[in-house]
Design a protein around this ligand. Structure first.
Ligand SMILES: Cc1cc2nc3c(=O)[nH]c(=O)nc-3n(C[C@H](O)[C@H](O)[C@H](O)COP(=O)(O)O)c2cc1C
Length: 196
């Protein structure tokens, strides 16, 4: 037996929570931007993935037109930082709806560190930062997809493995599940792809 939903007959809670409870865990981009007036903005986005590898492009979806969306449209830049489990409560705190003139770094006791290639600051406390410039903004009706071309990536040395790539256990990134649930970093199993 299966329960069948369609966009016209979704579960009682709606199609949005059906999507987020099913498509999980999702990585979290901690997205920092600058407003045109220079106010630093920070918020978590879990509708986040790699959109292209060459050129390297990240995709973030704003459900509605939020401050992050407006800043990317107006300044053409964002930084997607990757946080660790120990930052989970602070990441969550930065999802609070606040006025665009509030510096969300200062409001949450975080350090806005200068980025290497863009004017938008990165989160000093987060071990990885992807600095991006606008590649495209795709209008999806009620949402908008922000596509950012990666121009610089900085990784804190304590999360780097000997091969020069981030070590998952050291990074221990939290993830977003459905409802109000978050995921802790999962156990890792190595599996080679067939024929490679
Ligand atoms: C872990 C987490 C993930 C989130 N992911 C998204 C997302 O992908 N898209 C979105 O529009 N809002 C998402 N939100 C909600 C935004 O963070 C929230 O609306 C925030 O206030 C937006 O900030 P801004 O207006 O400064 O951009 C998420 C919240 C949390 C806690």
């Amino acid at each position: 037996m299966r329960t069948v939903y369609t966009p016209d007959s979704p579960p009682a809670k709606g199609i949005y929570p059906l999507l987020t409870a099913s498509i999980a865990p999702r990585p979290i981009a901690w997205v920092s931007t600058l407003s045109p007036d220079g106010v630093p903005n920070l918020a978590p986005y879990s509708f986040f993935t790699i959109a292209c590898t060459d050129p390297a492009i990240l995709s973030i979806t704003s459900v509605g037109r939020k401050d992050t969306y407006r800043n990317v449209v107006e300044t053409g830049e964002f930084v997607a930082s990757i946080g660790t489990e120990s930052l989970m409560d602070t990441i969550n705190a930065t999802s609070a709806p606040v006025r665009p003139d509030v510096d969300e770094f200062a409001a949450n006791g975080l350090t806005a560190e200068p980025s290497d290639a863009v004017a938008a600051p990165r989160v000093a406390e987060a071990p990885i930062a992807f600095e991006c410039v606008r590649h495209d903004v795709v209008d999806l009706g009620t949402s908008a997809m922000l596509l950012g071309r990666v121009v610089s990536v900085s990784v804190r040395d304590d999360v780097l493995a000997a091969d020069g790539l981030p070590d998952f256990a050291a990074l221990a990134p939290p993830s977003r599940l459905g409802r109000n649930e978050w995921g802790l970093a999962p156990a890792v199993r190595r599996l080679d792809r067939p024929g490679r």
